[in-house]
Design a binder for this molecule. Structure first.
Ligand SMILES: *Cc1c(COP(=O)(O)O)cnc(C)c1O
Length: 355
């Protein structure tokens, strides 16, 4: 039996995709092999790979001058790799320190280059975001985290600045539109909305695809762009499932459909949180995430009891991130409304029993 999976990542995948993968697990497309056993240079794989890249480009709405790359290492590797590729010796990047993920991006970028904080949400415990920004130096780019997975906040629109944006879109990838015309690089780990973990989908604007002889070849975006993301043996299984999830998304209606669905699911859940005195969410309502809904009960003990009892009833993955505690429901693309409804029923029941 399938449970309601609210896990923050890796996370729930569409059942139809899992079943299709299961049906061809031992014999993919009459090759007599599983997708995991096929050469990455075989026609069978290359076709899946190429199609995944094209679907990613089409569904994301990324204009032609962006090159989609499939890179191992997830989003964490992109914290450094984006800085390595975009920052020259005398360059400085800017970042909005919006939460725990932005903080990691900042730390990594500063190991390989220079990045400065232009807005820091730590003073408000990461509960709000800047509406606008004044950049006081000629920064090379501004790094933004479109959705803070742990802190439960999201930019509904991105601040207007006169430098290009580098966006970590890991946890709301393909659930919202992005301001492509203002971006240099958009990256995300695929395990939140798109595929199993271990892979990053990175869009690099063509004019940033330069060779950097001082870097190992592997760390240059250009190497992977020139090799169509087949410079090394890629994570074939992830790419195969990414292909299937993207097809599923396209059939459903693409980003427009999933953006509306995320809005509907999260609005319903926030209404339940706000509607009961028992639960609370401290995020500035303008910036509440449509993907990761964080909330608390009146005490830490009750938070723990909530997660434990919910799990016993088939509502999985509701424990908040270990760094912040509390509770968190992740409403990624493949999570259905009926799971949100089941959670709200449980929340009502739990509150009645513990007031
Ligand atoms: C999950 C996540 C990451 C890290 O992804 P990995 O694939 O584990 O490296 C980075 N940024 C954000 C916003 C995330 O949600």
């Amino acid at each position: 039996m399938r449970i309601h999976n609210f896990c923050a990542g890796p996370c729930t995948l569409p059942l139809s995709v899992l079943e299709a993968a299961q049906a061809e697990l031992t014999n993919f497309a009459d090759t007599g092999m599983s997708m995991m056993e096929i050469s990455h240079r075989s026609q069978a794989f290359m076709q899946i790979h190429e199609e995944a890249l094209q679907l990613a480009q089409r569904l994301s709405g990324a204009p032609e001058q962006f090159k989609p790359l499939l890179l191992p290492g997830g989003a964490s590797q992109q914290f450094a790799m984006s800085a390595q590729n975009l920052l020259g010796n005398n360059d400085i990047a800017a970042i909005v320190k919006s939460g725990i993920w932005a903080k990691k991006a900042l730390q990594e970028a500063n190991r390989v280059g220079r990045m400065e904080v232009v807005w820091d949400g730590a003073i408000n415990d990461y509960t709000t975001l800047p509406e606008s920004l004044e950049l006081e130096k000629p920064f090379s780019y501004l790094h933004l985290t479109s959705n803070e997975t742990v802190n439960g906040l999201q930019f509904p629109v991105f601040p207007e600045v006169d430098v290009p944006l580098v966006i970590d879109a890991s946890s709301d990838y393909f659930s919202r539109e992005l301001p492509w015309e203002r971006c240099a690089v958009v990256y995300g780990g695929v395990q939140k909305n798109l595929a199993p973990s271990g892979l990053a989908l990175v869009f690099v604007r063509e004019d940033y695809l330069e060779d950097h002889p001082e870097l190992a070849k592997f760390y240059c975006y250009k190497t992977h762009a020139d090799a169509n993301s087949l410079y090394n043996t890629p994570p074939t299984w992830q790419i195969y499932l990414l292909n299937k999830v993207l097809h599923w998304m396209e059939e459903k209606g693409g980003i427009t459909y999933f953006a509306d669905y995320a809005q509907e699911k999260s609005t319903k859940l926030y209404a339940a949180i706000d509607g009961l005195d028992f639960y609370h969410n401290d995020v500035d309502p303008r910036y509440r995430s449509t993907m990761n809904v964080i909330f608390r009960t009146p005490s830490q003990d009750l938070d723990i009891a909530f997660a434990r009892e919910a799990e016993a009833q088939g509502l999985n993955g509701l424990k908040g991130h270990r760094s912040v505690g509390g509770l968190r429901a992740s409403l990624y693309n493949a999570l259905e409304m009926r799971s949100v409804d089941a959670l709200i029923d449980f929340m009502n029941d739990f509150a009645t029993r513990h007031v």
